[in-house]
Design a protein around this ligand. Structure first.
Ligand code: ARG
Length: 269
């Protein structure tokens, strides 16, 4: 009996030691806590599971060491440091991210995701952290100069992205009336298909477009301001606690210069 109760006591101690993010005891979790310090008394998990699709440089990619890297990953890490949480990346197809968030298998999406009205029906977005736009990649000898010129063309997109929506005639707000759409799991594969003559154009976000075109002398980027958008992090619908903690951390990171130095490090504007 005595043995049992001391075993129980030991278990309890263990449980206390391992639960509760930013728990008061250990010194390094103290250090991770900032003025935001949201975690200790909140429902924010000890380890934030960040869903992404690491096929989208410079925002998210796998670096030469095999690690997840990019502006979103670095910014999210800085946000987690402010909040006082650890971070774990869950890499998946872009089109699976919203469902994963709704199923609770991730806590937040950091994937250069545009905060669209349609997506707002199923998830909540934080404040925007980056203004972006959709551009068109074509071969240098192409006469495509705007979205309107994409009518009757074969267009490559990354499946489930806003680029996909803009050129799919059946979608609300489509910028193209008639086209043949080829959907790829990775933006870079759409660009390869363009090089090989499989499609006439690729519609994708501007910064990744620059990365994909870089070093391909046969390709160029056409800009059309019809599709300006804002990236934001997504949290589960109603998770205002996490959204607010992220927003507060973002405000701090903008004020202390971290945000700007990450922009300099990752994004050549
Ligand atoms: N901004 C676009 C969208 O929200 C594309 C994002 C693609 N991101 C990625 N990690 N593959 O649909």
């Amino acid at each position: 009996m005595k043995k049992l109760s001391s075993l129980l006591a030991m278990l309890l101690v263990l449980v206390f030691a391992f639960t509760g993010c930013g728990g008061s005891g250990s010194s390094d979790s103290k250090e991770a806590e900032s003025t935001t310090g949201a975690v200790a008394e909140s429902g924010i998990p000890e380890t934030l599971i960040v869903g992404t699709n690491a096929e989208f440089p410079p925002f998210e990619f796998v670096n030469d060491n095999g690690d997840y890297d990019g502006f979103d990953i670095a910014l999210m890490q800085a946000i987690c440091d402010k909040i006082g949480c650890k971070m774990e990346v869950n890499n998946m197809e872009f089109k699976s991210l919203l469902g994963a968030l709704q199923m609770d298998s991730i806590d937040v999406i950091a994937a250069g995701m545009t905060a669209t009205e349609e997506r707002k029906e199923s998830v909540d977005f934080t404040e925007s952290y980056y203004e972006a736009k959709q551009v068109i990649i074509v071969k240098k000898d192409s006469n495509v100069a705007s979205f309107a010129d994409l009518n009757d063309k074969k267009i490559g997109v990354q499946e489930g992205t806003t680029g996909d929506l803009y050129v799919t005639p059946e979608e609300d707000g489509a910028l193209v009336e008639k086209a043949e759409i080829k959907r790829f799991k990775k933006g870079v594969d759409a660009v390869m298909d363009l090089k090989n003559g499989g499609v006439d154009a690729v519609v994708i976000d501007k910064n990744p477009a620059k990365e994909f075109v870089n070093g391909n002398d046969d390709l160029m980027i056409v800009e059309d301001d019809a599709a300006i958008e804002n990236y934001a992090f997504a949290v589960a619908k109603g998770n205002t606690e996490l959204a607010e903690a992220i927003n507060n951390a973002l405000t701090e990171l903008k004020a202390d210069g971290t945000y700007d130095s990450l922009i300099k490090e990752y994004i050549n504007e």
